[in-house]
Design a protein. Structure first.
Length: 261
């Protein structure tokens, strides 16, 4: 296993454990609290994480089960994610927690066991184990924000969010293409202030198109957990400015995002 994958999986485990600790002590009534995702309560959010971890595990280890899931998704592309989350979220919290714990532990083992250079099939392009682990971190963190918000709590912000920031930068062109737009030809310079004060950078230092601001706001923007107007992010250049309006680090069609406060 590469050092890169090892580090991402360690961050993923820490983020999953933190969210697990938060919800494990909740009475059942709080599992039914609505979250910012329309129609999804806290249990639905956890069920979605469990289902997606299970799906990634099938992609890594079980071609037959993965092919069956793909066929089900093709037959019901607009509803399969919601239906899986809502159905799973109806289970008692103890059962749901057991399911999610099993799914994320199995996925970590499967990603560690994959041969060097092998890629997983996915609903979009095939992914390396490191890319899948990064995507799972992003989703765990983002859906965790929804749960914290439902509970009226502020999450601790750690430098683990670099995984989300990196994915947000890498998915720049995807954000343009998924909206039918041609991605910019030139690289951007991204400079983000990490939670513990370091500066994280991507792209050429002399690039005329630039984005600056806090890493936390950038991560909330690319996961559509904050409207751009409610962040401290600044863009220099028309292409960079447009990107901040459409950025998304997750696969699938553009979401509705959040309204400005």
């Amino acid at each position: 296993m590469s050092d890169l994958l090892d580090g991402i999986l360690a961050d993923l485990a820490a983020e999953g454990d933190r969210l697990d600790h938060l919800v494990a002590g909740l009475p059942e009534a709080q599992w039914r609290l609505p979250t910012p995702a329309p129609g999804w309560d806290i249990a639905t959010q956890v069920a979605h994480l469990a289902w997606t971890d299970e799906a990634a595990g099938k992609a890594a280890t079980d071609k037959v089960a993965w092919d069956e899931l793909v066929l089900a998704a093709m037959a019901n592309p607009d509803r399969i994610v919601d239906e899986a989350a809502l159905t799973g979220g109806a289970a008692p919290p103890t059962e749901l927690l057991t399911r999610w714990r099993r799914a994320r532990a199995s996925l970590a083992l499967a990603l560690r066991a994959m041969p060097e250079g092998e890629r997983l099939p996915w609903f979009g392009p095939p992914m390396s184990p490191a890319s899948m682990a990064t995507a799972r971190f992003m989703e765990t963190w983002a859906h965790g924000l929804d749960i914290y918000e439902a509970l009226g709590l502020e999450p601790e912000v750690t430098d683990r969010i670099r995984q989300v920031a990196h994915l947000g930068v890498r998915t720049r062109d995807f954000a343009f293409r998924t909206r039918g737009l041609t991605p910019p030809a030139d690289q951007f310079r991204i400079e983000l202030i990490a939670p513990f004060g370091a500066t994280w950078t991507w792209g050429p230092v002399d690039a005329p198109q630039r984005v600056t601001g806090s890493a936390y706001d950038f991560c909330r923007l690319v996961t559509q957990r904050r409207h751009r107007a409610d962040t401290d992010l600044l863009a220099s250049g028309a292409d960079a400015d447009r990107w901040l309006d459409i950025a998304q680090a997750f696969a699938g069609p553009p979401g509705e995002g959040r309204r400005p406060t």
